[in-house]
Ligand binder design. Sequence first.
Ligand SMILES: Cc1cn([C@H]2C[C@H](O)[C@@H](COP(=O)(O)OP(=O)(O)O[C@H]3O[C@@H](C)[C@H](O)[C@@H](O)[C@H]3O)O2)c(=O)[nH]c1=O
Length: 380
Amino acid sequence: MRTSWDIFCHVIDNYGDAGVCWRLARQLAVEYDAEVRLWVDDPETLARLCALVPSEISGDTPRLIDGVWVHYWSSTWRNVVPADVVIEAFACQLPLDYLAAMAERSRPSLWLNLEYLSAEEWVAGCHGLPSLQQNGLQKYFFFPGFSPETGGLLREADLVKRRTEFQQSECAKIQFLRSLGVEVAAESALVSLFCYDSPALGQWLDAVSEGEVKRHFLVPAGRVVADVCRWLGRETYELGEPYQRGNVCIQFIPFLSQRDYDLLLWSCDFNVVRGEDSFVRAQWAAKPFLWHIYPQQEGAHFPKLDAFLHCYTEGLSADLKAAVVGSWRAWNAGVLPADMQGQLFAGGAELMGHSARWCARLEGQNNLAESLVQFYQNWV
Ligand SMILES: Cc1cn([C@H]2C[C@H](O)[C@@H](COP(=O)(O)OP(=O)(O)O[C@H]3O[C@@H](C)[C@H](O)[C@@H](O)[C@H]3O)O2)c(=O)[nH]c1=O
């Protein structure tokens, strides 16, 4: 019998919550033949990530998309029979009636809270721990992560193969970039830019524009566009139009589907990414990158940044390690000291090789969907 899964997604802000839930839901349905319902309270955000999702889904009419039943999670809850496995993503609050129904099933549901990604050491110790809840059920805390003691990272079965084939074909890359209206000059390095607002951005672009290497920045529609326009001295912009300032060419492109965003990351020489899901996808791209971590109050994100840097930079030469750690920390603090601006791009061949080895290392651990399925099988 097929296992049924309910994934509950409350979109707090940005795209990460919906991005992670959608990716997981699809993988469970497509690769594990699971019967998946995704309950999302903001279908419009999901629709930006996958064109097949309509931006409005009524409470009564779920849509079957890529094998997943997408439901609008409205504030008025209509009772449904809970699934075998229930995932509350990022500690969202499940409907009270649903919680009661979970406990009333003849075989109670497995209840999991899917946590945010962190490379901190304590994560391995807390992964999979239960906590007794008011409805008499155990809730298990499920942590994605970078070590085999965690739930691993989202990675579709064919991801690395598709990426390798794409990156081996110059033609595939050119075709994809052309579909976005992008032509890259032969001697220019391609950079994707998806980050939060940052005072460091203008300083960095200044330095790069005066640098010796030509860089072509692709900027998907989003909040950083306004800052880049300001740096260009423009009030408006045309999608696809290349804007040149010094050695920097800027091109604004549409916000892509998740699938095309992967192609963008695979095509670029360097990716600026943020949050959780684009950060993981940049690692699967096996290219050098910069992580703009989701800023939290009182600097709570800095230990997370350091924990990741600690694992990620293992094996780098001392100079390069210092450049990566220093420039990532500076970027995330919003200040780039003058001598550090070029260092964001430091590393060349060493960092390229390192990115590929890091990706291969991560590929050696279970992926998140696989870990969840195994957890359920062991629990039953
Ligand atoms: C730029 C771009 C991104 N994307 C996708 C990739 C990801 O699935 C998603 C972006 O998600 P993230 O990278 O996680 O960054 P984000 O800033 O949008 O999301 C954040 O949301 C907060 C609520 C969380 O607390 C953060 O941890 C983080 O997840 O958008 C596209 O599909 N097309 C695009 O063109």
